[in-house]
Design a protein around this ligand. Structure first.
Ligand code: FES
Length: 186
């Protein structure tokens, strides 16, 4: 008589026959751990790099600067004004003396021109006899409103942002690329 237990082909596999995807699981956890480390590292490093280099990447920043009292400007007669300006260039803060040409109108408003000729960057002058701006370098001529009358200038005189507060004329100093027909700020 056979007393041995009946054979069962569908019985639970013995431990030695279990195939576990341990290698795959280990690789998976390694990968997740590695990716997490990279992610955490990047999340800490990127803001730090941004903090360190962002001032250097920022555009040159200039602020509103007072250039003079509006009441002191002659009406319909261009006047050049010098003033000190603080320029923030990355980490570097410099104080420079700049000049602008101003034109006060009958209604009390003021137009402020960059003092740089848009042709190739020379300084121009106001010819009070002929009532024209003239650039000595290559002969560009502009009318009192900055419109080109002659010479190689590719565009009118550059107008700078300006406003009047408590009788004071405030200007943001900007520079533009020379030789272009359109204004491109530096
Ligand atoms: S720089 Fe003024 S005309 Fe050339």
């Amino acid at each position: 008589m056979n007393t041995s237990p009946p054979s069962n082909n569908t019985s639970t596999p013995q431990p030695h026959s279990i195939v576990t995807p341990m290698g795959t699981r280990r690789k998976f956890f390694k990968l997740v751990t590695g990716l997490s480390s990279v992610f955490i590292g990047m999340s800490l490093t990127v803001p730090l790099i941004g903090y360190v280099i962002s001032p250097a990447l920022k555009r040159r920043q200039a602020t509103w600067m007072p250039v003079g009292k509006v009441k002191d400007l002659p009406v319909n007669e261009p006047k050049d004004l010098d003033y000190a300006v603080t320029i923030q260039d990355g980490y570097l803060e410099t104080r420079q003396t700049k000049a602008v040409w101003t034109l006060k109108h009958q209604d009390g408003t003021v137009t402020v021109f960059s003092p740089i000729c848009p042709h190739l960057g020379c300084g121009y002058r106001w010819d009070s006899q002929e009532r024209k701006f003239r650039c000595p370098c290559h002969g560009s001529v502009y009318d009192i409103h900055g419109k080109v009358l002659g010479g190689p200038a590719p565009r009118p005189l550059d107008v700078l942002p300006s406003k009047i507060e408590n009788g004071e004329l405030l200007v943001i100093y900007k520079e533009f690329k020379s030789g272009l027909s359109t204004q491109v700020e530096l």
